[in-house]
Design a protein around this ligand. Structure first.
Ligand code: SAM
Length: 319
């Protein structure tokens, strides 16, 4: 007889939380800013999955191949009988590559995109009936505790170079929070996008089909729907360029005319050409990742790179 899938779902208050203040504060700055977490409503999550399939977007296929090529070594390093916590699990595609060899006792995906997370957890539970899934809808940029108890060793998985969305000092702090959560005898398997040829980077964030542009613009649609705004998507355009000095792709929405927009009763003026910052995607060297890991309290690391050194997967030991 087949085991029945066991899927639990927890909401850490994301649904009830009002992000209006955060949006208003961001748009009131001299450099208008919207946090990248607002990309991810259900449509945003779907568009991100579509981005990963674009020929220019090398990170997903490169990271996926690294995980495939090294899955047995990764499993050996991680060991047995542990709780696996994935940060920003999205469609939970990448963990499928490792599940059969890793065989975690429990899998805990964390994501801010509620419905997408719930669907992904259900689908995973059906596909892997032996796996106990504890999915949590949470904003992982604020302090949180896992909503369930487990005596098992904790290991985290943070793929997709989402660490690159944090400013460098914040990235180190975030890693140190993961280090505290996994504690001694745990670890973190993390995927990080490497510094490389500028053209490769610029093309990856400006795909010819315009999916990244749609993804960027969807942040306005999300805010219109959830936060009572009246952005006209036809009056903004996508821009993404690599800033060499900062070592990051900077993504903006550029106003294409002088205009006024209302957000939750607050009025904001945009001049023609004015940019709203939506995302940074920092790129790293191997030494920068390892330095940050040590600063965050991890003791040792194992590194895997593809032959073109586009992307790195690191297992960071917490001892
Ligand atoms: C770049 S996607 C990566 C998805 C997947 N892990 C991958 O590697 O393809 C980022 C994921 O993190 C989630 N996310 C973004 N900001 C978040 C936040 N503040 N708290 C929790 N999840 C967040 C998004 O919903 C999305 O699923």
């Amino acid at each position: 007889m087949n085991a029945l899938p066991t899927v639990y779902f927890y909401d850490q208050g994301v649904e009830a939380r009002d992000f209006t203040d955060e949006i208003v504060v961001g748009l009131s700055k001299t450099q208008k800013t919207l946090s990248p977490k607002f990309f991810y409503d259900e449509k945003g999550s779907q568009l991100f999955t579509e981005i990963t399939r674009q020929p220019e977007y090398y990170p997903t296929r490169t990271e996926t191949q690294l995980l495939r090529d090294h899955s047995s070594e990764i499993s050996q390093l991680i060991g047995e009988d542990f709780l696996l916590i994935e940060y920003g699990s999205g469609s939970s595609e990448k963990i499928r590559i490792l599940l059969d060899s890793l065989r975690p006792s429990l899998y805990a995906p964390l994501d801010i995109s509620r419905d997408y997370l719930a669907q992904a957890a259900e689908a995973l539970g059906r596909e892997y009936p032996w796996l106990e899934v504890h999915a949590t809808c949470v904003d992982f940029t604020v302090d949180f505790e896992l909503p369930f108890e487990s005596e098992k060793r904790h290991v985290s998985f943070f793929p997709g170079s989402s660490i690159g969305n944090f400013e460098r000092s914040d990235a180190m702090e975030f890693l140190s929070r993961i280090r505290s959560l996994v504690g001694a005898d745990g670890g973190l398997l993390i995927g990080v996008d490497m510094k490389k040829d500028i053209n490769v980077l610029n093309e990856a964030y400006n795909d010819k089909s315009g999916v990244t542009a749609d993804f960027n613009l969807n942040i306005l649609e999300h805010i219109n729907r959830e936060y009572g705004a009246n952005f006209d998507l036809g009056r903004f355009r996508h821009e993404a360029t690599y800033d060499v000095a900062q070592g990051c792709i900077q993504m903006f929405l550029v106003s294409t005319c002088d205009q006024s927009v209302s957000v939750a009763g607050h009025n904001f003026q945009f001049s023609d050409g004015e940019k709203v910052h939506t995302e940074n995607s920092h790129k790293y060297t191997v030494d920068e990742v390892l330095g940050m890991a040590v600063d965050a309290g991890f003791s040792r690391a194992k590194t895997w790179l593809d032959e073109d050194e586009l992307f790195g997967v690191f297992y960071l030991y917490s001892e």
